[in-house]
Design a protein around this ligand. Structure first.
Ligand code: SF4
Length: 169
């Protein structure tokens, strides 16, 4: 299940397994992210679209348009005010959709556990993939994306769990 899961429960689950697999295969090669990128994790994330990691070869196209995106990415620290806007963007995205959280701040407030203004993304929406680290290395973020892609590929409707990738940083 991703997002609120209603889409899959209503439609995909009724389809034959082969058809669902075909859908998932197509989706796994066209994960278009919309992202909220803040804090010092940002330069690590940006490298993914450069020539070294080249995420576009996996069909990952950063569009920054909520209506066409299916992955919401949080990188760095997320303030309460920003989260309310991010939640609205998330709600505008069509089903099925996934959430990918990068770095200690977005996962658990990182080095600022007592902060009054920072929030944890998982308290506002279901997260499909975490990458730990402060900051996580680009290799770990890249690997997390491949794991998310794998998850999309194998998802046959219902019950998707959250996964965590550890960074050696
Ligand atoms: S997790 Fe560490 S590197 Fe990333 S935004 Fe927070 S403090 Fe900066």
């Amino acid at each position: 299940m991703s997002g609120n899961g209603e889409y899959k429960a209503g439609l995909l689950e009724k389809m034959p397994k082969t058809i669902r697999k075909m859908f998932n295969w197509g989706r796994s090669f066209s994960l278009w992210p919309v992202h909220l990128v803040t804090g010092c994790c940002s330069p690590e994330y940006m490298q993914l679209f450069g020539p070294r990691y080249d995420l576009e070869r996996w069909g990952v196209l950063p569009l920054a348009s909520s209506r066409q995106s299916d992955v919401m990415i949080f990188v760095g620290n997320v303030a309460r005010k920003m989260m309310l806007r991010a939640k609205r963007v998330y709600e505008q995205m069509p089903e099925p959709k996934w959430v990918y959280v990068i770095g200690a701040c977005a996962s658990s407030k990182g080095p600022f556990p007592e902060s009054y203004s920072l929030v944890r993304v998982k308290d506002y929406m279901k997260v499909d993939m975490f990458v730990a680290g402060c900051p996580p290395k680009p290799e770990a973020i890249h690997y997390g994306f491949l794991k998310l892609r794998e998850k999309v590929l194998n998802e046959v409707g219902g019950g998707g769990s959250t996964e965590t990738v550890k960074s050696t940083q």
